[in-house]
Design a protein around this ligand. Structure first.
Ligand code: SAM
Ligand code: SF4
Length: 465
């Protein structure tokens, strides 16, 4: 397909949002009935759920989202940490503290040794899944990026290892994505930030990122290079939240049509205050907590098999609430500045990309998540077993993923408790694991699980289905 075509129907979306039609309760209920079939929703149906404004309809939306979340993902919660490699950037994005014209920001790009030290620190607290984050600068060639990924995979500290690396990198050419794919990444993320083209062009003041269409087709190029787990996202606060949600679904529909599979994950950061980024202090379309809750619940219903990622931008109370509404992955213990894990360990002050809402340690988050009945999962099995892209979706849709994910979550959580858990976390965790093991019903799986569980108890690591 030509890269000139904007598949986001800008005028149509602006039109329905301006019309602002409030649906009748029966319409909401009928969309929810369809949602319960877990086959997803159309743009129009999704809009009905975004527009519902009576308390009863809203509660029904939340109930449906909770039910779908529970059916597909159970009580597992995948945990990861971001790792910032560089904050050098040649773009000027109005909302970001890494913008090229921010003279007050201390610029830093980790050396390979510094990077490995960051990974060691993260492994030593129990992290297994990383999201590598990069600024965009012409001096960062793809071979260097590939080297940083390989460096992270190479670090082994004690029982620790990084078993899955997802990356958040600015758009590239297909041949560069091919190089990245060879390093064995999990998901490639690139957020459109805003799908509203006029807003996009306004807030991206200068640099390569200014090109809306080049970014819009980044996930296509990644797919063409064979990266079949891709992550889409919106930076909420730049334009009307409802426009963004519907446009993101148009993006997902486009990916489905072209490649037979939509995004593997969706991220929905809200703009947080960042140094010398004035609009981050007062975003033009600030999204409230209620709107965030709604959009997560609605996405859960509209794209039931797509992972929803919640970061530490949000505070602990809200994060707790959002888990049940549809979130399937959370970051924990995050720092958003190159070298920040090392700096913190050595009590050195360090800046961040933006204000963090949840500053708790990984162990504190794990304890909290477990004592609320969720199994923190460090599982990385799917992509290592080749269950990615369409293969993942084919397995996920009939619910087979449940069969693998639940035992894998228990095994990886158990490893965490044994190797890194504090006393309080272990107390909460072992209790939960005892309960969860009883939920494995299939006899063959029960036997296979018990074998792996015993081996893990005896010190073996990284056993999975
Ligand atoms: N430079 C790459 C890019 O722009 O695609 C990736 C790294 S960038 C640091 C990662 C994400 O941070 C951006 O896609 C954006 O959504 C988010 N971000 C930027 N400024 C932010 C802010 N003030 N608050 C919250 N998130 C922000
Ligand atoms: Fe650079 Fe990305 Fe920040 Fe824009 S969002 S200034 S591209 S790091």
């Amino acid at each position: 397909m030509s890269e000139k075509f904007d598949f986001i129907k800008q005028d149509y979306l602006d039109g329905i949002i301006e019309e602002n039609k409030i649906p009748k309760k029966e319409e909401v209920i009928s969309v929810l009935e369809k949602g319960k079939e877990k086959k997803g929703l159309s743009i129009e149906e999704t809009f009905i759920l975004l527009q519902a404004n009576d308390a009863e309809s809203i509660e029904e939306i939340y109930e449906t989202a909770r039910k779908i979340k529970d059916d597909i993902y159970g009580n597992r919660m995948v945990v990861f940490a971001p790792l910032y490699i560089t904050n050098e950037c040649s773009n000027i994005c109005d909302y970001c503290g890494f913008r090229a014209d921010n003279k007050e920001l201390h610029r830093r790009t980790l050396t390979m040794d510094e990077l490995k030290e960051e990974v060691r620190i993260l492994e030593d607290i129990g992290q297994k899944r990383l999201l590598l984050v990069y600024g965009e600068h012409p001096k960062f060639k793809v071979d260097w990026i590939a080297e940083t990924i390989e460096a992270c995979y190479s670090v082994k500290s004690g029982n620790g290892a990084i078993r899955r690396i997802n990356v958040n990198i600015a758009p590239m050419e297909i041949k560069d994505y091919e190089t990245i794919k060879k390093t064995g990444i999990g998901t490639y993320q690139c957020f459109q930030e805003t799908y509203h083209r006029k807003t996009y062009e306004k807030v991206h003041i200068s640099g390569k990122k200014k090109d809306y269409l080049y970014r819009l087709y980044a996930l296509d190029r990644a797919q063409q290079a064979g990266i079949d787990d891709i992550g889409a996202g919106i930076l909420f606060g730049l334009y009307d939240w409802r426009f963004e949600v519907l446009a993101l679904l148009m993006h997902a529909e486009h990916m489905e049509k072209e490649f037979g599979v939509g995004p593997h994950t969706i991220s929905f950061p809200r703009i947080e205050p960042a140094l010398n980024a004035p609009i981050s202090e007062n975003p033009p379309h600030k999204v409230t907590d209620e709107q965030l809750k709604r959009l997560i619940a609605v996405l859960r219903i509209a794209v039931p098999y797509t992972g929803l990622i919640l970061t530490t931008r949000e505070n602990p109370d809200l994060r707790r609430e959002l888990l049940s509404l549809g979130v399937s992955q959370i970051s924990a213990g995050s720092r958003t500045y190159p070298g920040a894990y090392h700096d913190e360990k050595h009590n050195k002050p360090s800046m961040q990309q933006f204000t963090i809402g949840d500053t708790r340690s990984l162990d504190e988050v794990i304890e909290d998540v477990a004592s609320h009945g969720y199994i923190p999962s460090f599982c990385t099995s799917c992509y290592r077993k080749g269950r990615t892209g369409t293969d993942f979706m084919e397995l996920a849709k009939p619910g087979h993923i449940h069969t693998f994910c639940h035992p894998n979550a228990i095994l990886t959580f158990f490893e965490y408790l044994e190797d890194y858990g504090s006393k309080k976390t272990r107390d909460a965790g072992y209790k939960l694991i005892e309960k969860e093991i009883k939920k494995i019903e299939n006899d063959i799986m029960k036997k296979a699980f018990n074998e792996k569980f015993e081996k893990t108890k005896n010190g073996e690591r990284d056993l999975y289905f």
